[in-house]
Ligand binder design. Structure first.
Ligand code: SF4
Length: 383
């Protein structure tokens, strides 16, 4: 293994070799942040040329908070029968989509808990009705753990569940529930969530069916830098396999530190950085930079304003991120753990991008650019 200087020098070449896990951990741990960010930006220019930073006008919808998985870091879920548990009706969900349509949105990201009382037909009827009422909205719904839960309730394989959902109007799967795809970390924080291979298998099946997928990473559970890169390595490997088979791979990689304030860690008095859990701005920027350099087969790296705030998300645009996420309109899962900002206006995102030196561009959930901010409006926003 080289030291961080040699590794970064190699990565700045035109067509650098894929980083090994050990080399990625070396630059993660030891390279100065400014050097790491510089090389990440060089890789970003190579993978996503041009000066655009994209964002999506969408809405998060959490259709149920009933869940039986009980992840330690989750403040969102309620056990079946809990007085604060809920499941939204088709009409309630549809009303939220009408609001999204009124601001020019193009997709919903809908996820919830693993709710054992919802039969398979509830989901197919929901997808069919939403597709009928909102034909222009992409339905990116149900993370792999929900697909597994629905498979268990229905007795169908996860592949069959996905296939029937696709036929009912499902466009893609959110990347949620990956957290750390390293089993000794995973079993400590989400003992009932199953192995990392389950998440990867469901995503692989979705990709085989042509569904659109993204990959996420929540870090800061006390794991090492090597383990964080091992998570990235599992995603990079699946991406290589799925693309070689001619399937659409992950569109993007999105990471954020665990929010500790209101969850089981918070209740034990553990706060960000007081015990090595969570991550501050510098650690986050190192993580984004390493993910850009390591993920040589995933084009889009997203910065996370809901967890880090808009200012840190802006800096991440100079650490290799080429996308600032989405307007969201509402968010109930991460926000339940302590983040305060759960929506951003188009204006806020465009200003944030412009102030960072990039041109805002609206995209769809497949990262096709729909609109670029016109030059005459740029001066108005920056001024
Ligand atoms: S993170 Fe998801 S699977 Fe885990 S308890 Fe919360 S809702 Fe359930």
């Amino acid at each position: 293994m080289s030291d961080w200087r040699g590794i970064l020098e190699a990565q700045i070449q035109m067509d650098p070799p894929a980083l090994s896990v050990d080399d990625a951990a070396e630059i993660y741990s030891n390279a100065p942040l400014n050097e790491l960010m510089f090389v990440a930006m060089e890789r970003r220019k190579n993978q996503v040329p041009g000066n655009y930073v994209t964002y999506l006008i969408d809405r998060n919808i959490n259709y149920t908070n009933v869940c039986t998985i009980n992840c330690h870091f989750c403040s969102f879920y309620r056990s079946p029968g809990h007085k604060d548990s809920y499941t939204q009706t088709v009409d309630q969900i549809s009303e939220r989509i009408v609001e999204l349509e009124s601001v020019g949105g193009s997709r919903i990201l809908m996820q919830g808990g693993v709710n054992p009382s919802l039969p398979f037909e509830w989901y197919t009827a929901l997808l069919e009705e939403l597709s009928r009422r909102h034909p222009k909205i992409s339905l990116d719904c149900f993370s792999p753990i929900e697909i597994e839960g629905i498979s268990e309730v229905s007795g169908l394989s996860t592949m069959e569940v996905l296939s029937r959902f696709r036929d009912s109007g499902l466009h893609g799967l959110p990347g949620g529930g990956a957290e750390m795809l390293v089993d000794n970390v995973r079993s400590g924080i989400s003992p009932r969530k199953g192995s990392s291979n389950n998440w990867l298998r469901v995503m692989s099946e979705a990709q085989t069916l042509g569904l659109i997928t993204s990959a996420t990473n929540v870090f800061g559970f006390g794991e090492s830098h090597v383990e964080r890169v091992e998570h990235m390595e599992k995603i990079r490997s699946l991406q290589n396999e799925t693309v070689a088979q001619g399937n659409p791979g992950f569109t993007s990689f999105i990471s954020w530190p665990v929010m500790l304030e209101n969850n089981a860690f918070g209740k034990m008095g553990i706060r960000r950085n007081s015990t090595g859990l969570g991550a501050g701005a510098v650690e986050y920027l190192r993580h984004v930079s390493v993910s850009r350099i390591f993920m040589n087969n995933i084009d889009h790296i997203q910065s996370s304003w809901p967890t880090m705030g808009l200012e840190v998300a802006q800096i991440a645009l100079s650490a290799g991120a080429d996308d600032i996420g989405s307007t969201m309109m509402e968010e109930n899962v991460v926000s339940a753990s302590g983040t305060t900002k759960t929506m951003a206006s188009v204006d806020e995102l465009e200003r944030a991008i412009l102030q960072s030196g990039f041109i805002p561009a609206v995209r769809d959930s497949e990262y096709n650019i729909l609109n670029v901010l016109e030059q005459d409006r740029v001066a108005l926003k920056v001024g």
